[in-house]
Write a protein that binds this ligand. Structure first.
Ligand code: FES
Length: 104
């Protein structure tokens, strides 16, 4: 599939290491996390009960859902056992002043 890079937010607005935030682009809600300086973009909606992952926090390299604490890998999107679920992970990059995500 062809890449579809779109602007998510400004590089200045992006979370600092250890932080997570919610952002939206093209009608898609994204959880943007900064894992030790590496940006990761995941589907914002937790597959459990649609909790906002961008309102959660980081534990090691996983984003923890603020509602019932399911934890999702920021690299694979797979939930940590015993929870069985997966969220989409979008490629992300900084270009100039902008954070871009590939929604394709
Ligand atoms: S809604 Fe995310 S863990 Fe329940």
């Amino acid at each position: 599939m062809l890449a579809q890079w779109v602007r998510l937010c400004g590089a200045q607005e992006a979370p600092k290491p250890g932080e997570v935030m919610e952002a939206e682009t093209q009608g898609v809600a994204v959880c943007l996390a900064n894992v030790d300086g590496r940006l990761a973009a995941l589907d914002n909606w937790c597959p459990h009960r649609k909790g906002p992952l961008g309102g959660g926090w980081l534990e090691d390299e996983a984003v923890v859902c603020p509602w019932h604490s399911w934890a999702f890998s920021t690299t694979t999107g797979i939930a940590e056992p015993p929870d069985r679920a997966k969220v989409s992970v979008f490629p992300v990059k900084i270009e100039g002043e902008d954070v871009l995500v590939d929604l394709a």
